[in-house]
Design a protein around this ligand. Sequence first.
Ligand SMILES: Nc1ncnc2c1ncn2[C@@H]1O[C@H](COP(=O)(O)OP(=O)(O)OP(=O)(O)O)[C@@H](O)[C@H]1O
Ligand SMILES: [Mg+2]
Length: 256
Amino acid sequence: MTLSSQAATHAFVERPALMLRAEDVRKTFTLHGQGGIGIEALAGVSLDVERGECVVLVGPSGAGKSTLLRCLYGNYLASGGSIALRDEGAPLQHLAITGAAPHDILRLRRNVMGYVSQFLRVIPRVSALDIVAAPLMARHVDEDEARERAQTLLARLNVPRRLWPLAPATFSGGEQQRVNIARGLIARHRVLLLDEPTASLDTENRAVVASLITEARERGAAIVGVFHDEDTRERVATRVLTLEAPGSQAPLNEAA
Ligand SMILES: Nc1ncnc2c1ncn2[C@@H]1O[C@H](COP(=O)(O)OP(=O)(O)OP(=O)(O)O)[C@@H](O)[C@H]1O
Ligand SMILES: [Mg+2]
């Protein structure tokens, strides 16, 4: 893959608030099992996110919102374009996610960028409390302090205290989602990527999540998120980016 050399940008030096820059990001999936059909999921998205901003992605189902977030997090390798994240201490104060070594991506996930998906990845036999505290433990925060912060967040998100010592496999969808949000927010990452974190929550808990997101933003986090409900979008967005569904060059067989 050829990366745009503009990625070697001075923007992170010149703009101290800039946290994330995506330039002309493209993503095409090749369905090897289905005749190598190419699905164009992102057709050139550019985005700068500064500290204290919450950019809300909107667009129809299939427009590539989740795909963009996964590219930003380094889960998917972009097929073209470039993505750079502020990395204090690195040359020109940023690291290109596109083309970064896996250990650099893992380091940035531990220290700089957090991601909350719609569903919790349940780990058998690990308690909700430990799942939430884990990102702090990974940073060698004192165990008692990590647990205490986890408890504070779980309480704030109305996860019943009796559930804290239990593994979340048996929790309801909304309870699992709140554990997931607590885990995603506990480490106070400077960049947060949120993919429909409130989809299975009731109105009251959606409002709690909106407040937590706003607090993170006011602390200076740079946030990119997708929110299925208008109410949450309006509460948290400082800016909206609309993604259009790219014209599919190789339409799938409708009978699939
Ligand atoms: N791993 C994958 N393999 C193949 N195609 C994929 C993959 N992930 C996403 N796609 C395709 O890319 C396109 C964009 O999907 P994406 O999940 O990013 O949409 P979205 O905007 O998040 O939609 P929704 O609002 O329904 O969540 C879709 O056409 C989807 O089928
Ligand atoms: Mg999605």
